[in-house]
Structures are given as C-alpha cells and as structure tokens.
Design a protein around this ligand. Structure first.
Ligand code: KG4
Ligand code: ZN
Length: 345
C-alpha cells in the first residue's frame, strides 16, 4: 500500500432511504460519520418517499458541513467524493447524487459512485483499530429493510449473491409484523426490545422451507396476522397481554431462518469467515445466535459496530476508497438508479 493510499481523504454521501449521512475517511479509517435520521416517517408507519427526498434536501448541507467539521477538514483537504448511486428510493438517491456531482465538479475532484448493498458488506473492512478482519473469501448475510441476501465476497470487487429473498426482506418482516401489533415504525428495534422479556418458544410460527438460494418472509407475516386475528376475536386484549412472547417468538423464527440457511451455505461453500451487515444486524438475537454458531463450529464471525449496521456514509467511504485505489471514477453523466442488477453469475 502506498503512502498516498493510506492518506487519501474521501468525503462520502449516503441518501438512499430515510437517513441523510456524510462521512470523511482517511484511507480505511473513519474521521467522521454524521447521520441524520428522519423522524417524520414514524407518523405514517413507513418511509414516505416524497417526504424522504424533501428531508434529504433540507439535511444534506448541514450534515456534510458537520462531517467536514468533525473531521477537522475543509473541502481543500478532500481528494475524492463518493456517493450512493443505488439501489434505493429514486427521489432520495437523486438528492445525494446531484449534491455529490455538483460538489465534485465545483472542486474539480474525482467522483466515485457506490453500490449501497456492496457498501453494507465492505463496512467490515473499515479500520477502527480492531484486531481482526474477515479474510477473503467470506460470506456476508446482508439483512435490511429492503434486502435479505447471503453474498460470497471473493475480494472487495468480486461478490456473488448466493441466496436472496423472493418476497419480503427480513427487516420488512419485523416492520410489518410490528405494524400489525400496533408497535410503530420502524418495528425491528421495538420487537428486539420487547422480545428480551418474552418466551421465544411460546408461539411456534412456521419457518419457510426453501432451497438454500431462496428466503421468504411473507408467509410468516400472514400466519402472524391470522393467528392474532383469531386470538383477538376471543380476547381483545390478547396482543397487549402477550406482547413480549409474540415478539420473542417472531424474532426467534426470523433469526432461526437466517442462521440455519447461513450455516448450510457456509458448509456447502467451505467458507468459515461469516459476517452480518445491514440494519437487522443490530438485532440482539441475531448477534448472539451468530456468535453461538461461530463458537459451536469454530468459525470466525464478524458483527459490525452499531453505527455501521444501519445506513451510514462511512460504509460508502470505505467502498469509495477501494474504487479510488483501483482508479475507478464515475463520469459526470452518472445517474442515480433505484435498482441495480449485480452479483448474479
Ligand atoms: O439497512 P437499514 O438501515 O436500511 C435499509 O433498509 O437499507 O435497515 C433498516 C431495517 C428496518 O427494517 C429496521 O426495522 C431494521 O433494519 N432494524 C432491526 C433492528 N434495528 C433495525 N430489525 C431487528 N432488530 C433490530 N434491533
Ligand atoms: Zn441499507
């Protein structure tokens, strides 16, 4: 690694969904990572795309300014601008994309487009002074509000999706079931908190049985809905009285599905370095089950710090860094893309 690669400073911008974030990285180290989460969506029980893009517009200048300030930098210290070009909500992506393009153009800096899903995975390569890093090839279970994937990561540039959801994502299952229970949005963290007091074996919900290249969570959502409708018809207080046990049982089913499939794919691929990424990797049961799997099998498991689990610009910065050192640059005609086809061989 050259000295220039170690010292390169990248300003990174993330705006794919409902978090506006900016970060400054020096090489693989994070100097700042500022995240402004939009509260407005809580009132609506889900992300409202139009409101998200308006809030990004409002937030982006202050978020970028404070990322530079916290990193003790000005734009004159920055060597390149990295941004999320997709996948995500188009209106949200357009705000970050237009901002990054204008800023890089005005400052004559290289521009680097980053894939949000790959960035969740590369967050594991951020150097926060930890002793261990995953070794290539490793597997990453990426679980967020929009995605559920097991990805084989051969190196920072070569990734292959081995399993993917056919319908709802794991985070979406948490959110939709929480909504049915009247727990608010986003539901994942609330379910996680309530589940700590509950019995995970009280209500055995069915786990989907599919080939290892597929996940499905919409059946679980439907079976929870029908089960609750039946119980509430007999006792209107049922959800309120059994909240913790319902949450623990739902969480147990979702986490069980994720861990069982990851274990089988790891056995099949002969890969024993396992990572988890995306918003759902903040889930405490998923974290402890993954640790338990590692201990049982003697495998290496890697769980990112909370700040790098949910959407953040530090992960865009580390991805931008790898693109930068490979000499990859975006053209001024680069576009935001709601969907990006990647990782399928
Ligand atoms: O990666 P992310 O911040 O945004 C994208 O979807 O890209 O993930 C957000 C998702 C939401 O569905 C949220 O409910 C879920 O992550 N989540 C959790 C937890 N914290 C966030 N799900 C379960 N347990 C948690 N502790
Ligand atoms: Zn995400």
């Amino acid at each position: 690694m050259t000295q220039e690669e170690v010292n390169v400073k990248i300003l990174a911008i993330e705006s794919s969904c409902d978090d506006t974030s900016a970060a400054v990285l020096e090489g693989r180290k994070v100097l700042s990572n500022v995240i402004s989460s939009q509260k407005i969506h809580e009132e609506y029980g889900g992300v409202v795309p139009e409101l998200a893009s308006r809030a990004h517009q409002k937030n982006i200048v202050p978020v970028v300014s404070s990322a530079l300030k916290q990193a003790a930098c000005t734009m004159d210290d920055i060597h390149a601008v990295a941004f999320t070009s997709g996948p995500g909500l188009l209106g949200s992506l357009l705000v970050g994309t237009s901002f990054a393009k204008s800023l890089a153009f005005a400052k004559s800096l290289p521009l680097i487009d980053v894939n949000h899903m790959k960035a969740h995975i590369l967050a594991h390569l951020i150097d926060d002074g930890q002793e261990r890093f995953p070794e290539f090839p490793f597997l990453c279970l990426t679980v967020s509000g929009g995605h559920t994937q097991i990805v084989r990561v051969n190196d920072p540039y070569d990734m292959e999706i081995l399993s993917e959801t056919m319908d709802d994502a794991a985070g979406e299952a948490f959110d939709k079931i929480a909504k049915i229970m009247g727990l608010g949005y986003p539901g994942g963290p609330v379910v996680d908190r309530l589940a700590r007091e509950g019995d995970p074996s009280r209500f055995p919900f069915p786990e989907s049985k599919l080939d290892d290249d597929k996940f499905s969570f919409s059946g679980l959502k439907t079976s929870v809905l029908y089960f609750l409708q039946k119980e509430v018809a007999m006792d209107p207080e049922f959800v309120e009285k059994n909240k913790a046990d319902i949450c623990a049982s739902v969480q147990h089913t979702i986490v069980g599905t994720l861990i069982n499939k990851l274990e089988r794919v790891a056995e099949r691929e002969g890969i024993h370095d396992l990572c988890v990424a995306g918003g759902v990797s903040a889930n405490s049961a998923l974290r402890s089950e993954l640790q338990a799997l590692g201990e049982r099998k003697g495998w290496n498991v890697f769980v990112p710090p909370f700040a790098y689990c949910t959407d953040n610009a530090a992960m865009i910065g580390i991805s931008g860094y790898y693109e930068y050192i490979k000499g990859k640059r975006a053209g001024w005609n680069v576009l935001a893309q709601a969907r990006i086809d990647w990782g399928r061989k």
